[in-house]
Design a protein around this ligand. Sequence first.
Ligand code: HEM
Ligand code: HEM
Length: 346
Amino acid sequence: MKRILLSLLVPLCLSLCLSAYAADDLMSRANKLFKPIPTKAPSLKGNPATAAKLELGAKLFFDPRLSSSQLISCNTCHNVGLAGADLQETSTGHGWQKGPRNSPTVFNAVFDAAQFWDGRAKDLQTQAKGPVQAAVEMNSNPELVVKTLKSIPGYAPLFKAAFPGATDPITFDNMAKAIEVFEATLLTPNSPFDRFLKGDAAALNAKEKRGLRIFMDKGCAPCHAGTNVGGADYYPFGVRETPTTEIRPAGDTGRFMVTNTESDRYVFKAPSLRNVAVTQPYFHSGKVWKLQEAVTVMGSAQLGVKLKEGEVADTVAFLKTLTGRQPRLSYPLLPAGSDETPHPQL
Ligand code: HEM
Ligand code: HEM
């Protein structure tokens, strides 16, 4: 009897020990490559956060009067109720115009090395001035924005409180600074993957752990690592196999348009994969709607491998664990305009 018990218990203990070791090994490997999303906004270079700046930034982010039509706010294309994105292939902006690229989520964007698919803005502050002026987005200009903001009486005390000491606090630059402070708070911590990184081995199930292993072993992680599981560097889209022209349109040469360097042709930022399961469609073209297809494309285009169906399913299961706690915000009350407020230009 004793012998039978022992013959049953020994392999059981061994397999339990081995799986505990495997989980530990996976956790320590993962901790070398990735970092959990912090719960607090990071400090911003040259733009210290204050409660007043945050309040102002939140209002500006939601205020459609930053656009010439007064219909489009940052939130139109980076909807905070839709994981900070817009669920469109490419964004629709001023006059119903279709922009050339998919709108990335603004959640956790503060941890990216640079902003936009081609990294042309070095930080969120520089970035925020772009869409306001882009003809296919908000179609405004710094003069019109400042004129509009100055004509809305409720903004004067908010800008004064946010930028104390400034003789003329309502400026285009200060608008961007306040928005940057607000955006830096749009974080999604506490995803199952973050809990796993912090030591909770049960935060991922067996399938999700297999997916994490594939993600590290097959070579996805070198391009998608760090706090944002991406967002740190640029790579050619099509390292091993050129994607179809539908997925990688010929006209958008990515970083080449920023640097004019031949080797940057079709080079794009490897985007953050945080919340990727809820920010479809995928790629800068927004042509791929299913995460499993995006993973398959990455396998062939970036790694030159045809991932098996099971491998794709496991990887997708892992990617779903990157969905964190979404910020809970209430739509801010926006100050009323005056007779001086410019009228919408459609
Ligand atoms: C990119 C913020 C307005 C569409 C971005 C990024 C940020 C951002 C932070 C870079 C994210 C990343 O690279 O991961 C803002 C703010 C806005 C605003 C603060 C208001 C001032 C809009 C509007 C639209 C839009 C109104 C749509 C009409 C896009 C698109 C990109 C982008 C298509 C990618 C463009 C590219 O990479 O070339 N936005 N956005 N954004 N946003 Fe916005
Ligand atoms: C985009 C996953 C390997 C660089 C993406 C996207 C996913 C993904 C889901 C779309 C994200 C979105 O649009 O929001 C993976 C997986 C990989 C892998 C599961 C391993 C099988 C790689 C490697 C590199 C890389 C090895 C670098 C050599 C990129 C780039 C993009 C991207 C540059 C943006 C492409 C574009 O739209 O222009 N990845 N990736 N990825 N990934 Fe990967």
